[in-house]
Design a protein around this ligand. Sequence first.
Ligand SMILES: *[C@@H]1O[C@H](CO)[C@@H](O)[C@H](O)[C@H]1NC(C)=O
Ligand SMILES: *[C@@H]1O[C@H](CO)[C@@H](O)[C@H](O)[C@H]1NC(C)=O
Ligand SMILES: *[C@@H]1O[C@H](CO)[C@@H](O)[C@H](O)[C@H]1NC(C)=O
Ligand SMILES: *[C@@H]1O[C@H](CO)[C@@H](O)[C@H](O)[C@H]1NC(C)=O
Ligand SMILES: *[C@@H]1O[C@H](CO)[C@@H](O)[C@H](O)[C@H]1NC(C)=O
Ligand SMILES: *[C@@H]1O[C@H](CO)[C@@H](O)[C@H](O)[C@H]1NC(C)=O
Ligand SMILES: *[C@@H]1O[C@H](CO)[C@@H](O)[C@H](O)[C@H]1NC(C)=O
Ligand SMILES: *[C@@H]1O[C@H](CO)[C@@H](O)[C@H](O)[C@H]1NC(C)=O
Ligand SMILES: *[C@@H]1O[C@H](CO)[C@@H](O)[C@H](O)[C@H]1NC(C)=O
Length: 858
Amino acid sequence: MNCNACIFFLLVFFFFTLNSITVASKGSASESESYILACGASSEGTDSDGRKWEPDTKYVNSSGKSITATADSQDSSLPSTVPYMTARIFTSASTYKLSVPRKSRLWVRLYFYPSTYSSLNANTSYFAVTANELQLLKNFSASITAQALTMAYIIKEFSLTPVESGNLDLTFTPSPDYDDSYAFVNGIEIIPMPDIYNSAVVVGFTDQMLDLTNSSLQTMFRLNVGGQFIPASNDSGLTRTWYDDTPYLFGAAVGVTDQANTTIKYPTPNVPKSIAPLDVYSTARTMGPDPKVNANYNLTWVFYVDANFTYVVRFHFCEFQLSRSNQRPFNIYINNQTAQNGADVISWTGSKGVPFYKDYSIMVSDQIGDDQLWVALHPTVELKPEYYDAILNGLEIFKLNDQNGNLAGPNPVPSVLKLEAEAKKEFSSSGSSKSTIIGGIAGGAAGLAVAAIISIFVLRKKRGLSGSKSGSHNWLPLYGNSHTSASKSTISGKSNASSHLSSLAQGLCRHFSLPEIKHATKNFDESNVIGVGGFGKVYKGIIDQGTKVAIKRSNPSSEQGVNEFQTEIEMLSKLRHKHLVSLIGFCEEDGEMALVYDYMANGTLREHIYKGNKPTSSLSWKQRLEICIGAARGLHYLHTGARYTIIHRDVKTTNILLDEKWVAKVSDFGLSKTGPNLNQSHVSTVVKGSFGYLDPEYFKRQQLTEKSDVYSFGVVLFEVLCARPALNPNLSKEQVSLADWALHCQKKGIIEDIIDPHIKAEIKPECLKKFAETAEKCLSDHGIHRPSMGDVLWNLEFALQLQDNPNGGKLVSESKGNDTYGINRQMLSIEEEGSLSEDTDDTSKNEIFSQIVHPSGR
Ligand SMILES: *[C@@H]1O[C@H](CO)[C@@H](O)[C@H](O)[C@H]1NC(C)=O
Ligand SMILES: *[C@@H]1O[C@H](CO)[C@@H](O)[C@H](O)[C@H]1NC(C)=O
Ligand SMILES: *[C@@H]1O[C@H](CO)[C@@H](O)[C@H](O)[C@H]1NC(C)=O
Ligand SMILES: *[C@@H]1O[C@H](CO)[C@@H](O)[C@H](O)[C@H]1NC(C)=O
Ligand SMILES: *[C@@H]1O[C@H](CO)[C@@H](O)[C@H](O)[C@H]1NC(C)=O
Ligand SMILES: *[C@@H]1O[C@H](CO)[C@@H](O)[C@H](O)[C@H]1NC(C)=O
Ligand SMILES: *[C@@H]1O[C@H](CO)[C@@H](O)[C@H](O)[C@H]1NC(C)=O
Ligand SMILES: *[C@@H]1O[C@H](CO)[C@@H](O)[C@H](O)[C@H]1NC(C)=O
Ligand SMILES: *[C@@H]1O[C@H](CO)[C@@H](O)[C@H](O)[C@H]1NC(C)=O
């Protein structure tokens, strides 16, 4: 899937929702010259924010043919009936004639609710809108746009240069390209505004400025970076709406967010109140506490825009964590070009807590279908700064009218949009949860990295105190059979594990003393043992007067332990994600080694699905689905979120843990790999240990890719659906391997027959279909045919939506019944498990691997 595309669609989605209805801003001096028109309304109306909308009748040119109409139906997502439920419909060109102040820029906001009006279907409406000479919209279909963005309504915002004549003609013209086309509009706002656009640095020509005073603009995006949605009523007087930036973040490396706790000096001579509300400056996104990670990634936002226009990108900054210049210089890139080298907020503002903004302009041309706008931040490493980091508080993107006085772009392309937007939404929500977990950087003297770690501990401690259930669950993954291979690795020194740890990992991890560990586990009391693995025993423990933790103690005689210990610390200390089990710290003293983790109150996923070979009924289908989504997020993060692709290598239901709120956490990174360092002895051993979950291609090519995790996750999905182990030797031969059996049933369309009876009544057919298809794709023989974890993630999210809202999908009742089942069982072709020969033929190797050969040779 093209992820940029999904980002785009959500961007557009947000852009079109840019302004929900706004509250009258009493403070605005020019309020009297504002027009807030409910088109087609017969009398004044008030919206949900208490704002008054006046009928448009007296402003519209009566010679143009127009009718007023009321929408046939009211979508539940409309913020209020005014102005959406009434419309003015134009069957020929018609003009609103408005007198406006001559010296003032104007906001023009147009509200569209594409519904059916008096039997006129908005699907047939294509039209153009001009404001005097300026083309705002052309061949515009509100219906396509809204459909594409899964929005019920659309709002477009423009800022017009002052109209010298004082007369603004807003003309609606039905498209001549379509028969019976008509134009419509539900609401119009014309509001004088201060001139907040001056000049912008031209990217690529840093000594050149683009004068904006003669440009009209369309607002494309307006984001409160690292902060929350700000409704128009909370804007600083300009009734703008500010959105959360997470949907636009690119990749899984999304930095961390923080909220200022110092007073911000505002407004300033450089930043009048009209530029942005204080809320924008008091939240920020930074790159995160790890300088090594930061040096290797770009904090990136991606926006889809209309090609062949010049855009102004406005950056809002406020440094509220650091106070000296050159502590955190960073580069700003727009579309891979350097917009600013060594941006240093303190040197711009002079001191901490002072807002600042800067505009850059860039032309987005139409080469190779390029209609993206990438904004990226990266530490200026060559300045050797104190912090390898970057900060951003707000971001706005405006489209400038072209030389022909045009601002209109094409309609978005529907259908794809819908799904893409969902996918993007999914990615973004995973992003935001991540930043929540990582928590706020306290800022200031202590140093960012240290401060961040401390705040994590504080958060964790609070969580621990606020009541995780006690239980004797096996909460933590043990190093199982699959990991014994590590003993073949060479060990270059064993006594002092931490000396092998990068200083970075040590810096990121809390260091526990042995007495602390002993105290936590009552001197490793056997009654506290909650699991045993290759590495040693795992104990339940309590630290910091009440935080429950799990402590994995190394078996001092195990050399394998040293390596796994290091791998786990190295991996986990750098990976922080809501859906990855958290490493709190480690202890390395007197030949003892121990790892301290968050306690997972609800144990493993497997124990909640089946015990032994019997299904358990403790989790509903929806809970299971949500757990799968969580685990998929964790894996997606592993694959894409860190500096290297990290391959888990042992995805299974016992390595998906559940915390007290049933949030899924992927665990066990002792042998996870960052790809290039694999050696084959690991591979062959793993093949034995994880049979049932193992990627046939991995086995065949002895080459690990992240798609091996996808395969294993496919098995997990079927395990969750069917409530049975990946391998169950007690069953008839064709059923021993869940992967093969489930694939077979899926292909025959009888998957309903093998799902867990506990969930059968609950699961919606549409949801089942999507879920099973997703699992099936994960089990494709060839990695390239398997979806990425990101795709899996959104398919599961989609399945969850289908469960919640099956949209009247039809019931799947066919192919049920014993006859079908019996026939299919007979038709199943069964082959003996082959020997592990060196046959080079791909197919035969696949067959060796599979216990059942798939009839169609998938
Ligand atoms: C109404 O608008 C049309 C189209 O812009 C224009 O041709 C016509 O002169 C206008 N009539 C009046 C009375 O303003
Ligand atoms: C507009 O068309 C889309 C698909 O082409 C359809 O789903 C939708 O129901 C139509 N809208 C109306 C109001 O008929
Ligand atoms: C802006 O427009 C005014 C009036 O047309 C003109 O006098 C002025 O030179 C223009 N400024 C720029 C920078 O183009
Ligand atoms: C808007 O401002 C009001 C008053 O300051 C505040 O109570 C409210 O929480 C704000 N709303 C949002 C969404 O920020
Ligand atoms: C952009 O401009 C080029 C050259 O004028 C033209 O060929 C292309 O179709 C335009 N692209 C769009 C999306 O308008
Ligand atoms: C920026 O560079 C990356 C990698 O070189 C490329 O994938 C991406 O398409 C480029 N973006 C733009 C807008 O040129
Ligand atoms: C960050 O973006 C710039 C500009 O596109 C690019 O040159 C650089 O290689 C990127 N750095 C990383 C670490 O991705
Ligand atoms: C108008 O928009 C529709 C839908 O996006 C598109 O199919 C059509 O080609 C456009 N027509 C013109 C003349 O641009
Ligand atoms: C605010 O940040 C400072 C460091 O900049 C920290 O010492 C202080 O505890 C923080 N205050 C709050 C309330 O978080």
